[in-house]
Ligand binder design. Structure first.
Ligand SMILES: Cc1ncc(COP(=O)(O)O)c(C=O)c1O
Length: 308
């Protein structure tokens, strides 16, 4: 049965709070009709008028294996019949939880140890901040709490992750960023290089700026640095030559943890299984989401390295 487009449009206009949508213009019809996406198969989606569209963005870069995979739908259905839910508090587990975690720890870059799950990339990055703060409390470094992220970085839109995000329109009118989150220069050569500067020189300059920022804040006040292997929402831009090598040297020098946000770059999107492997990054903590389930259901993870 086809849906009733007028009815859905009316219900949507009156009751859905759409992100990144001008509410008044949407309510008054100035933005036109909502796009009602009805079905998906492979790389294509179909709207309620029957138009087939190539979904170049794969949802919000999350449907890594494409739409309409019967084997995924069947696995979800089987599990719902067998055991729809159980928690993992107080040493409770399920076979699938243990098997997935073991697989993630073994496939992830660096020396990983455990996975803590969430429901979105944003909440996994909130977890990462808490892990950094907890870790430094246990080490007797109660002030080593600031987290540095990059201008134009994107790490989500909740309170801590929204603060990590380095674009002002995620902060304006929302009392963000939190004071514990500090920003450094974007790894964007095309927009940021000075005339005649090579990619390597630009990377070295960004690393020197990071070094100066850590020294200014005090290394005993800086707990972690967070970055995406490839700048995502802030530009979809690969790092300039030598960038990660130079940045990691500064972090090591000041005993600052590296959180690598693999929410987009995880699970094959760069051609390597993780962006870290592609760019020679050794994470202390890794954030995964999106491609982990290809968005067939919400799941994220904070993968915790041996060191932490
Ligand atoms: C690199 C990165 N981190 C975190 C997030 C936030 O994930 P979510 O939208 O699942 O909260 C995103 C979302 O696009 C992202 O691109």
């Amino acid at each position: 049965m086809r849906i009733n487009i007028e009815e859905i449009t009316e219900k949507d206009r009156s009751s859905v709070l759409h992100p990144f949508t001008q509410l008044k213009d949407f309510a008054t019809g100035k933005l036109g009709e909502p796009t009602i996406v009805e079905t998906g198969k492979g790389i294509r989606i179909q709207d309620a008028h029957g138009n087939q569209l190539i979904d170049g963005f794969a949802g919000l870069y999350c449907v890594n294996v494409g739409y309409g995979r019967a084997e995924v739908a069947e696995a979800i259905s089987r599990q719902a019949y067998r055991l729809a839910y159980y928690h993992s508090y107080a040493a409770h587990t399920t076979d699938e939880l243990a098997i997935l975690s073991d697989r993630l720890v073994r496939m992830a870059p660096g020396k990983m140890s455990k996975v803590f799950y969430g429901m979105s990339g944003s909440d996994a990055n909130e977890t990462q901040a808490k892990l950094v703060w907890y870790y430094n409390n246990l080490r007797g470094k109660p002030n080593k709490k600031k987290i540095i992220s990059r201008d134009r970085g994107y790490h989500g839109c909740s309170v801590v992750s929204g603060s990590m995000t380095g674009m002002s329109f995620y902060h304006d009118h929302m009392d963000l960023p939190l004071p514990q989150i500090v920003h450094t220069g974007a790894p964007h050569y095309y927009w940021g290089a000075t005339p005649g500067e090579t990619e390597r020189e630009f990377s070295a300059r960004r690393a020197a700026e990071l070094d100066q920022l850590i020294v200014r804040l005090g290394p005993d006040n800086v707990g972690a640095f967070i970055g995406e292997p490839v700048l995502g929402t802030g530009g979809i831009t690969p790092p300039p030559e030598g960038y990660w090598e130079a940045i990691q040297a500064v972090l090591k020098k000041h005993d600052v943890l590296l959180i690598v946000d693999e929410v987009i770059t995880g699970f094959g999107r760069t051609g390597s299984m993780f962006g870290s492997q592609h760019y020679g990054i050794e994470p202390d903590l890794i954030t995964v989401a999106k491609g982990l389930t290809s968005a067939y259901f919400p799941l994220s993870g904070a993968i915790v390295g041996e060191k932490v």
